[in-house]
Design a protein around this ligand. Structure first.
Ligand code: ADP
Ligand code: MG
Length: 358
């Protein structure tokens, strides 16, 4: 029953709004260029106010860009109304029709398309089955739980067989457990149907678990685009490293070549890194290191003092001080590890591959 998914291209897209406080114009979306592959699951991630919803609404056609061109499939769609764009949107607020039952909510868009009744019935029932709402066709939407309402909203979007499915924080009104269940289901359905999905969220865990590609936004611009793995291990800025997971930052300096091995200097201690490609010796840099990539041991190059040591079950949580910087460590499976106490002296250990330079 499914059509081909479509790619989405944004070329130099900007949206200017007036700031209600200052009365001045500002770019809510600032010259964004993007290329989303057909059939992929992409999230727009970033803090509140960075322009995610505005970007999504421009793709859907609810807002028009002040600059740039949007393509869906190979068609330039700037001049198209939302219902001419082959997109469907799932909203945070669900936006269900309150005086309609479940069946009629899902059938609504197909009726407008004047599809024959029997066909509508078949497609609606198939979608309700997909979102596990079979048997609830006659229920009014105000007699459903939040999770069920969100499933109706999902079925209503899916039944239109859109070339691109758009989501704006669809799970933020659900409790934490249901959010995890629903996001897994959304991803399953998307893969099964081979849909292109663009998903807006401010929740990094949601973005990590769902995405083929994350587009991380900051103040209307793209901070970084990459797979969850790339964004986590190779952040291109302090903002990105900080937004995704926990990160430690050490101020260091790129070292001159050392036996062909790449290194940085942290408080004059040479630390081996995977590569200095593109880095200029003598330049200042920041080292990014994730808390789970650092270990404590009894000997080594980088001395530290343990400030905080807390048993968290899955890991021992440390704050340690080294060369004037405080570093956070999550040492997993502490039962099998030496545990240091606050006040202990120790040394830091990490793999060169875990040090990322920005
Ligand atoms: P996000 O979805 O990432 O939280 P939005 O795209 O909703 O961010 O908003 C981006 C910025 O544009 C924010 O500063 C917001 O206040 C502003 N904004 C959004 N919609 C309008 C509007 N209709 N008029 C004026 N400012 C707006
Ligand atoms: Mg938003």
């Amino acid at each position: 029953m499914h059509k081909e998914p479509k790619g989405v291209k944004l070329v130099g897209i900007s949206k200017i709004y007036k700031d209600p406080k200052s009365g001045k114009d500002f770019a809510a979306v600032d010259n964004i260029t993007l290329d989303i592959k057909p059939g992929s699951f992409v999230t727009l991630l970033g803090p509140s106010g960075c322009g995610k919803t505005t970007s999504l609404r421009m793709i859907a056609g609810f807002e028009s860009p002040d600059k740039g061109e949007i393509y869906i499939g190979n068609e330039a769609v700037n001049a198209y109304a939302p219902n001419q764009r082959d997109t469907a949107m799932v909203f945070q607020s669900y936006a269900l029709l309150p005086h309609y039952n479940v069946f009629d909510n899902v059938a609504y868009g197909l009726k407008i398309r004047k599809i024959p009744k029997a066909e509508i019935r078949e497609q609606v029932m198939a979608m309700l089955d997909m979102v596990e709402l079979s048997g609830l066709e006659e229920r009014m939407t105000n007699q459903l739980s939040g999770g069920q309402q969100q499933r109706v909203a999902l079925a209503r979007a899916l039944v239109m067989q859109p070339g691109v499915l758009l989501f704006d924080e669809p799970l933020s009104n659900l409790d934490a457990k249901l959010r995890v269940t629903m996001r897994t289901e959304i991803r399953k359905i998307q893969s099964r149907l081979g849909l292109t999905a663009i998903y807006v969220t401010h929740d990094q865990a949601e973005a990590m678990s769902l995405s083929d590609e994350i587009i991380l936004m900051e103040k209307g611009r793209i901070a970084q685009i990459g797979s969850p793995n790339e964004i986590y291990y190779k952040p291109n800025s302090v903002f990105v490293a900080d937004f995704i997971g926990e990160a430690n930052f050490l101020d260091a300096e790129i070292a001159a070549g050392n036996n062909g091995k790449a290194a940085v200097l942290y408080n004059d201690v040479p630390l081996e890194i995977a590569s200095t490609e593109g880095l200029v010796p003598g330049n200042k840099c920041k080292l990014v290191i994730r808390p789970e990539s650092v270990k404590l041991q009894d000997s080594g190059k980088l001395a530290c003092k343990v400030l905080v040591s807390t048993f968290m079950g899955a890991y021992q949580y440390y704050q340690v001080e080294t060369g004037g910087s405080v570093i956070i460590i999550c040492d997993y499976n502490p039962k099998t590890r030496k545990v240091y106490k606050a006040g202990d002296n120790a040394f830091l250990a990490f793999d060169s591959a875990s040090l990322h330079v920005i």
